[in-house]
Design a protein around this ligand. Structure first.
Ligand code: GSH
Length: 75
């Protein structure tokens, strides 16, 4: 299962959700609180922006385009 860390109203996060839906992948969403919640994002991914996904194999990926490429290649 993929976990998507996001801001609900972010276009970059919408782009990521659209890619997940296009591939019919199941995922869960963790809504990130702007500011304080980004500390966890930084600990997780080494940078503070969303979207970030964590795949079940513990792969952590940030940047919506990189995430879309990962999702596209995923079986
Ligand atoms: N190039 C990044 C941009 C991501 C981005 O700008 N995310 C914004 C939300 S729309 C963000 O996390 N802003 C918080 C910040 O920069 O502290 C991507 O495509 O994912």
């Amino acid at each position: 299962m993929i976990t998507l860390y996001q801001f609900r109203h972010s276009a970059f996060c919408l782009k990521t959700r659209m890619a997940l839906h296009a591939k019919k992948l199941q995922y869960r969403v963790e809504e990130v609180t702007p500011g304080i919640g980004q500390f966890e994002i930084f600990k997780l991914s080494g940078q503070k922006q969303v979207p970030v996904i964590v795949d079940s194999n513990d792969q952590v990926i940030n940047d919506s385009s990189t995430i879309c490429e990962y999702i596209d290649k995923k079986k």
